[in-house]
Every structure is written in structure tokens, then in C-alpha cells.
Design a protein around this ligand. Structure first.
Ligand code: AMP
Length: 270
């Protein structure tokens, strides 16, 4: 596995590859990230993973400084997963970067509390696409709103990258794997599986209760545990507009803070 550490080097080393699958990450890798590399291996020949903690997608009071940095261990995992290259640029990648605006979809759900987050995401991912020129890029469906926004980005005429969504990988107790799970207190770690359990409860009841009741009961459920979801939605998987009734397709999505740690999760009914 070769490590590429600058834009110039990336353009030189990768210029003759036409079958690249890109797996963008911010490092602190877990099995969720590795599943993206495995997915990439199914669809293309040359796997380029990237590790860059992008300051543009963190708000001023968010956890950029405390975001876990575990490069050495990340590289070991990527190598054994079969990544051929790792693009690990320094922050010079941001110099002269083309600032991009995420589409209106970015104002919903996570965009309500993280208003500039998705602009930062499309700016860096646009840059990665420009530099790496991947044929495919794999994104986790755990960040479902991000997946939709990146699909929108890739549809712009600047790019010829096809976006592939990859299923959510969970701990044995159902908690969606996340780099932030390690930051949970032990009490909150015990509470965290309730998030996915509740999404499953909504899924099980979606045909026999109204969406309004499902949301209300679930918010009451979390309140009894001392938690208030930032959002809990049953919405259209393409537009993220709230759905009043279930008619076959829906995204059940939540963001919730456990102490200082913000977690997101979802179930896609398709
Ligand atoms: P991050 O390093 O958190 O920016 O995530 C990099 C990529 O890994 C994104 O496409 C995420 O959606 C994906 N990802 C993170 N956690 C999971 C998970 N538990 N299952 C599947 N994909 C994930």
C-alpha cells in the first residue's frame, strides 16, 4: 500500500489509473469504514482510501480538536483490508480550494444544527474528486443525508464519479459504529443501543400507527431516559420531506446527543 501525501503527488501517481474507487474517511477507522473498502473491492480494481480530518465541516463549537487521530492504526487496517493507496494530505490541500455550496437538502435534518457542515463536506469531497478522479466513490448509508448530498455533487457536470452507498455496520448490541462511540461515558455507552432499538420499534409499527404517533411516542420514550433527540424523522428518502403516512418507502432518521457526544442513525425502508 502506497501513501500519498500531497495533491501533486496524487496527480502524478494516479494519472494512469482509470478504474479508481475512492473511499473517503476522516480516520479513526472501525469495521464500518473497512466495510466500505470491502465494497470498493467488489466494484473496482484500484482502491484509494483517503484520511483527512476536514476542518471545514466542523462548526466553531464542535469537536475538531478532540476528534480522534489514530493514523498508525488506520494505515495497518487499510493495508490489511486491501487498499492500494492512501491519500493523506496535509492541510495545504485547503489552500485555494474551490468553496462549494451544498444543495437545499443540506438545510434539513443535520443542517438545522450544523448549518455549514455540508458546505464543508462538498468542498472537500469536490476537491478529492478533482485530485483523484475516481470512477466510483463509496459512502456509508449511516450518514444518509451526506450520501444524498454527495450524489447531488457527483451529478454536476464537473465530475464523472458514480456514488455507491454501503450498508450501516453495527456493534453486536445494535449501536451503529462510529468514531465518536469511544467518547461515550460508560453509562451512555449502555444507553446508546436504545437508539437503534427505537428505530426498529418504529419500523415494526409503521404500518399500524400514524407517523405522528410513532414520533411522539418515541420522543416521550427518549425523554423518560433523560434524552431529547435533535431530530427524529420519518421522511421521504429522496427529498427528506416529512411523511404523514407510510406507503412503501421511508427513511427513519435520528440525531441525538448523549452527553457531549452527538450520534446519528437511520433505517431505510425501500
Ligand atoms: P467518517 O470517517 O466518519 O467521515 O466516515 C467515513 C465514511 O465511513 C462515511 O462514508 C461514513 O458514512 C462511513 N461510515 C461511518 N460509520 C459507518 C458505519 N457504522 N457503517 C457504514 N459506514 C460507515
Amino acid at each position: 500500500m502506497k501513501i500519498i501525501s500531497s495533491e501533486i503527488q496524487a496527480k502524478e501517481v494516479l494519472k494512469n489509473y482509470t478504474d479508481i474507487v475512492l473511499v473517503p474517511t476522516m480516520g479513526n477507522l472501525h469495521d464500518g469504514h473497512i466495510s466500505l473498502v470491502n465494497k470498493a473491492k467488489e466494484i473496482g480494481k484500484t482502491i484509494v482510501s483517503s484520511i483527512f480530518i476536514n476542518p471545514l465541516q466542523f462548526g466553531v463549537n464542535e469537536d475538531f480538536d478532540s476528534y480522534p487521530r489514530t493514523l498508525e492504526n488506520d494505515l495497518i487496517q487499510l493495508e490489511s483490508a486491501g487498499s492500494h493507496f492512501v491519500f493523506h494530505p496535509s492541510k495545504e490541500i485547503l489552500e485555494g480550494i474551490k468553496n462549494r455550496k451544498a444543495p437545499p437538502l443540506s438545510k434539513k435534518m443535520c443542517g438545522k444544527t450544523r448549518p455549514e457542515h455540508f458546505d464543508g463536506v462538498v468542498t472537500i469531497v469536490g476537491k478529492l474528486f478533482e485530485v483523484i478522479k475516481p470512477q466510483f466513490a463509496v459512502f456509508g448509508l449511516k450518514d444518509y443525508q451526506q450520501f444524498l448530498i454527495i450524489k447531488n455533487l457527483a451529478s454536476l457536470s464537473d465530475f464523472e464519479t458514480e456514488i455507491i452507498g454501503s450498508d450501516i455496520v453495527r456493534e453486536n448490541d445494535g449501536l451503529a459504529m462510529s468514531s465518536r462511540n469511544n467518547l461515550l461515558t460508560s453509562d451512555n455507552r449502555l444507553l446508546a443501543p436504545e437508539i437503534y432499538k427505537r428505530l426498529c420499534w418504529i419500523k415494526e409499527n409503521i404500518s399500524n400507527k400514524s407517523n405522528e404517533i410513532l414520533i411522539k411516542d418515541s420522543i416521550d420514550f427518549f425523554k423518560k431516559k433523560g434524552l431529547v433527540p435533535e431530530y427524529l424523522k420519518i421522511c421521504d428518502p429522496d427529498t427528506l420531506e416529512d411523511l404523514n403516512h407510510f406507503s412503501g418507502r421511508a427513511l427513519i432518521a435520528i440525531a441525538i446527543k448523549l452527553g457531549a457526544v452527538r450520534l446519528i442513525d437511520n433505517i431505510l425502508l425501500d
